[in-house]
Design a protein around this ligand. Structure first.
Ligand code: ZN
Length: 365
């Protein structure tokens, strides 16, 4: 199966989508005036609601009734909510011989789509095709051919995290809609409402997630607030000796408890397939964990700099209180220096540097 008509967007409406008022207004207008392009490219960071928006838009474009929102009651909306609307196609990565779904849409998936699109649409009908997974190079070329001569009545919605992931030729065939990070206040508010997170914790999780609702929810579920408290306690312990203050010790804890917990053992001989897949998964997880810990430490340093330069009210009051002693002895220059080191370390990890070596470097840099 490379195509799926399943939808997880039951009951979705534009008014439920946070922080994307510009895109909502744009498409409401386009639908009202009937001026729709045949292809849209949704770009923006992870977790800001691009995929949810695309599904809501698809439902709205297929809805039989006019209005600002999909009506939820017409045949099309009901089928959409049940995941069996035949005029909504999600192109997904194929599965391998063992039935495991791959992570990238390949050329076969796009060829299958071509076959599906050759079936005629009724007069005046619209069909929506969604790409919400990474697209391989060959698949992108096949898709480009489709976009060059778009079959009438079809609207393509292509979701991508980084605009560099697709060739410029695809970009030039699509109307680009940029999704922006969601404001911290909005993310925090939704965390309190939907995930019953305490307000002070929600503020921290929102800052850490940098405008991504999806990440904020994941951070809440994965217990990153508790990890923050732990790292802060260790840092505060070091703060009793402020002249030697460094987050280094907290970072050390991260190596021992955080990163290594997920670090895979070397792939075992004799079980190459599953072993290698697990190994890669473990590496990715340990890298993500390390980057989140670094982001937390970077927030500490920011709070300390802000507490000094912008007055206590500018910083997270809990961190300022816990680490306040540091401010008496450590220069702003030194704090900024450490912050820079952490950001550099994150940059290395993002570019696939070895996790342990990078952390060790950050400790002494
Ligand atoms: Zn409807």
């Amino acid at each position: 199966m490379t195509l799926s008509e399943r939808s997880e967007s039951k009951g979705l409406t534009f008014r439920e989508i946070d922080g994307q008022d510009g895109a909502t207004a744009f498409f409401r207008h386009a639908r009202k005036t009937g001026r729709l392009a045949h292809a849209y490219l949704f770009t923006g960071p992870e977790g800001v609601g691009k995929g949810t928006f695309a599904r809501t838009l698809a439902k709205s474009l297929l809805c039989a009734k006019p209005g600002d929102e999909p009506c939820g009651t017409c045949d099309s909306c009901r089928q959409f909510d049940h995941g069996n609307n035949l005029r909504f196609i999600t192109v997904t990565p194929p599965t391998d011989k063992k039935g495991v779904q791959k992570t990238i849409i390949d050329v076969e998936s796009v060829r299958d789509l071509g076959t599906r699109l050759s079936s005629k649409l009724g007069v005046g009908n619209t069909r929506v095709v969604l790409f919400d997974d990474p697209i391989g190079d060959d698949a992108a070329n096949a898709l480009l051919k489709m976009l060059e001569e778009p079959p009438a009545g079809n609207v393509f919605l292509i979701v991508t995290q980084s605009s560099g992931a697709l060739p410029p030729t695809i970009h030039s065939r699509c109307h680009k809609i940029r999704f922006r990070p969601i404001a911290d206040e909005m993310v925090a508010k939704r965390l309190v409402e939907r995930s019953s997170v305490a307000a002070a914790d929600a503020r921290f999780l929102a800052r850490l997630a940098q405008g991504s609702m999806g990440k904020a929810v994941a951070y809440a579920e994965e217990g990153w607030k508790e990890m923050r408290d732990k790292l802060r306690d260790i840092a505060a312990g070091r703060a009793r000796d402020p002249e030697n203050f460094d987050m280094g010790e907290a970072l050390d804890v991260l190596i021992k408890e955080g990163a290594e917990a997920d670090e895979p053992e070397d792939a075992k001989e004799g079980e190459p397939d599953a072993g290698v897949a697990d190994y890669r998964k473990g590496l990715r997880k340990s890298r993500e964990r390390a980057r989140t810990c670094i982001a937390i430490l970077a927030l500490f340093y920011r709070d300390l700099v802000m507490a000094r330069e912008g007055g206590a009210e500018a910083a997270d009051p809990e961190t300022a209180a816990a680490l306040g002693k540091v401010l008496e002895k450590v220069s702003t220059e030194r704090l900024l220096e450490r912050l820079e080191t952490l950001l550099a370390a994150d940059g290395y990890l993002k570019r696939n540097a070895n996790v342990r070596l990078t952390i060790e470097w950050a400790l002494v840099a």
